[in-house]
Design a protein around this ligand. Structure first.
Ligand code: OGA
Ligand code: NI
Length: 363
């Protein structure tokens, strides 16, 4: 059993939650980031609440009133071009379902260690309960544990790898992901239109509805005695298509890059935080931006978030949509399938935006 859990990892896995609960006052060296990667925790600046990512009211997109629709469309277009991020409200998903799913996962993370250990993952698929990404020996680690599972394509779905406890968890995860697929499909149409394409264009470029990929990563950020030295999640851009994040109800932590600054997102009640992934940046020929983000932790409250990733079919080449390629705006990326891209990222190691940069076609 023990051997199984460790298979494939370069070092024994340490659960960040158990470190946190052990009451240590000093975090192990493994979690201490280099000075330039450490967060700057200025409580005063956070309280001033400077800039925020745009908030989109999805209901306005379907308003009978053309001008309301147009204004909302303009806002989402600006969000995808300039921020790569927005929050969406009135998205049609029951707040009750969101809340129950999040609380089921919170319960999961508070189960005894042995129970969670049954789902311990390995770097071959990452599916299950994990505490690190990458297999580089001696790598700096993030201050978080997670649970990763596949939802689509159904051939990858394995209910046995989903938590049996709490008993409501699997049913909620099924329902929740079903709803998030529908919302993603709606957003794909809106994004297509805002690129000046037919509403089905992006979906078609993803390989249609049947073959797309969807997976979920539940992030658990335990309390951290030295939050100024580490990160819950290092700076990265999401490799897939779209990400729909359900953040913690009352603990913020997500930071989005804005030029040389990091903006701490203030979650709007019952909203999802949506961001553009690398694949949509490629399809849009970089009109839409896949923006770097990271997570900061704190010393008095744990934080839990549910990230849902909506991805293109794994084996079709992703390249700028032909209509967005013109003489003035030539294609800046060469084709690569999402499966290839994933392997590519794994071999390059987690290094933020450099992945997409190196995908640019030689000119
Ligand atoms: C992710 C991610 C942010 C958060 O899982 O890719 O960016 O707030 N999560 O947990
Ligand atoms: Ni992310």
């Amino acid at each position: 059993m023990m051997m199984n859990c460790l298979q494939g990892w370069p070092e024994p896995i340490v659960r960040v939650q158990s470190l946190s609960e052990s009451g240590i006052r000093v975090i192990p060296e493994r979690y201490v980031k280099g000075p330039s990667d450490r967060p700057l925790l200025y409580p005063a600046a956070a309280a001033r609440g400077v800039e925020q990512i745009p908030v989109i009211n999805l209901r306005e997109m379907y308003a009978g009133d053309g001008s309301v629709q147009e204004t909302a469309m303009g806002k989402i277009s600006m969000a995808c071009r300039e921020w790569g991020f927005f929050q969406v409200v009135n998205h049609g998903i029951e707040p009750e379902l969101m809340k129950r799913t999040r609380e089921a996962w919170r319960e999961f993370f508070h189960l005894p260690a042995e129970e969670k250990q049954r789902y311990a993952n390995s770097p071959t698929t990452y599916e299950g309960y994990g505490s690190r990404l990458g297999v580089e020996k001696g790598a700096k680690l993030d201050w978080s544990d997670y649970f990763f599972l596949h939802y689509l394509p159904t051939t990858l779905r394995d209910h046995n790898k989903w938590p049996h406890l709490p008993s409501s968890c699997r049913e909620l995860v099924g329902k929740y992901n079903e709803e998030l697929v529908k919302l993603s499909e709606k957003l794909m149409k809106i994004l297509s239109i805002s690129l000046g394409l037919k509403e089905e264009s992006l979906q078609e470029a993803f390989g249609g509805r049947e073959q797309i990929g969807a997976c979920m990563r539940v992030n658990f950020y335990p309390k951290c005695p030295q939050p100024d030295l580490t990160l819950g999640l290092s700076s990265h851009s999401d490799p897939g298509g779209l990400t729909l994040l359900l953040p913690d109800e009352d603990v913020s932590g997500l930071q989005v890059r804005r030029g040389h600054n990091w903006i701490t997102v203030k979650p709007v009640p019952n909203a999802f935080i949506v961001n553009i992934g690398d694949q949509v940046q490629v399809l849009s020929n970089a009109i839409f931006k896949s923006v770097e983000h990271r997570v900061i932790v704190n010393s008095n409250k744990e934080r839990l978030s549910l990230a849902f990733f909506y991805n293109p079919k794994g084996d079709i080449p992703i390249k700028p949509v032909p209509k967005l390629v013109t003489r003035d705006t030539p294609a800046i990326y060469s084709p690569m399938t999402f499966n290839e891209y994933r392997v590519f990222i794994r071999t390059q190691g987690p290094s933020g935006k450099s992945h997409l940069e190196s995908l640019k076609s030689p000119r």
